[in-house]
Design a protein. Structure first.
Length: 198
């Protein structure tokens, strides 16, 4: 794969491919400089609230009531648990070992999920971060992706990459080193469907 697409192009590509039905092992190389794909289901404010929540930030209760719903991902799309510690761990790894292959965030906190429990059935499984020069690139592995939920997931992934890159940049600036920018994402969804289902 040599040509990186924008997040909007990937969203459109998903929907085009899904006209034939479910897709297995959907992949794309994505430019992550603009990771906002606003839709009717996910207006910009909803994307921002969900991403802030999943990064471990505090959100207003009225925003939770307004934007959170089972249709928008429910507990399968709740990636918040221990996220601040996970981010700190990735940052620490990449500062100490810039060429490391161990800067990984695992989303589910169990390796033996209860399949009847949405809390255990996270769609996003793992994200690998790596530095190429001054660019932070990543690979994300999705168990499943509903195209209608992609805007929320890609906004969170982009926000997560931005958080890691900016935190590394802040720490490196103290040593007079160059800023780290957000680069590309290799995206893999084992199962791609149009709408959220079990």
């Amino acid at each position: 794969m040599t040509h990186a697409k924008t997040c909007r192009e990937v969203y459109d590509d998903m929907n085009a491919k899904l006209k034939e039905g479910m897709v297995r092992n959907y992949t794309s190389l994505i430019k992550m400089q603009d990771f906002t794909v606003a839709t009717e289901l996910f207006p910009i404010k909803a994307l921002e609230v969900y991403s802030a929540y999943n990064l471990g930030d505090d959100i207003k209760e009225e925003d939770r009531e307004k934007y959170f719903s089972a249709h928008r991902g429910g507990s399968q799309g709740d990636y918040r648990e221990d996220m601040k510690d996970k981010i700190a761990n990735v940052v620490d790894c990449l500062i100490k070992f810039p060429r490391s292959k161990r800067a990984v965030i695992t989303i589910p906190n169990t390796s033996t999920p209860k399949h009847e429990n949405d809390d255990d059935a996270k769609c996003m499984r793992e994200m690998h971060f790596y530095l190429d020069g001054n660019a932070l690139n990543a690979t994300v592995l999705m168990r499943a992706q509903a195209a209608e939920i992609f805007p929320k997931n890609i906004h969170f992934v982009g926000s997560l990459m931005d958080k890691v890159a900016s935190t590394i940049s802040e720490k490196k600036a103290l040593d007079g080193q160059d800023k780290i920018s957000v680069g590309q994402l290799f995206y893999l969804a084992t199962t791609l469907v149009s709408v959220r289902e079990d």
